[in-house]
Design a protein around this ligand. Sequence first.
Ligand code: HPA
Length: 234
Amino acid sequence: MSTPHIAAEKGQIAERILLPGDPLRAKYIAENFLDGAKEYTHVRNILGYTGTYKGVPVSVQGTGMGIPSISIYVHELIHEYGCKKLFRVGTCGGMHPDVHLRDVLIAQAATTDSSIIRNIFGGSINFAPIADFDLLSKAVANTKKLGLRATVGNIISVDRFYDDEIDNDKLRQYGILGVEMEAAALYTLAAGAHVQALALFTVSDHLLTGEACSADERQTSFYDMIKIALETAI
Ligand code: HPA
């Protein structure tokens, strides 16, 4: 079988899956963190792999950028391939003075300006996309066990990367820690399908200070985030 966007047979994709936006990051994770990883799809150059982590089958698949793109992959992964524990592993912009470049953020909730999410509920309800509590508490425990640090709280999933109208001061006032473009869709689709989801981020740039990570710096904090996600997945 295959879906319009994923060319895999049933059973080739594990129930536990990591979801970076960038397909080449999926390849990097497969090659550096999983044992015996094999590519199962490359439709549209969106790469997917399955291997094992500490003996447990784990997949990793690119999702592209933005809510429309991740929604396609997450829908097919859940409803066609039976994925049950889904982890977004991405980068975000820091929004808050408590958050620093290279920090790991874990999204307890994902506020959003997305009309896609609002329209699921008929346009009048502001659904609150939240992390699966079991995965969130395990991720926090694993962060400590690994001797790492992560900040947990509310982030915002925006529809526009280039957005002059968004009120960052207001978002900051209400405790929004970071900005990215996918987590609210992952949490909403997972809730609707009764499966578990968690979104973790590395802060790659900061909206308050204008700082941005070098490629090397990104890699180190990226490593911490992947370890936390994998330990929580198994
Ligand atoms: N905005 C939106 N998405 C992002 C950002 C940002 O500044 N940084 C990383 N993902």
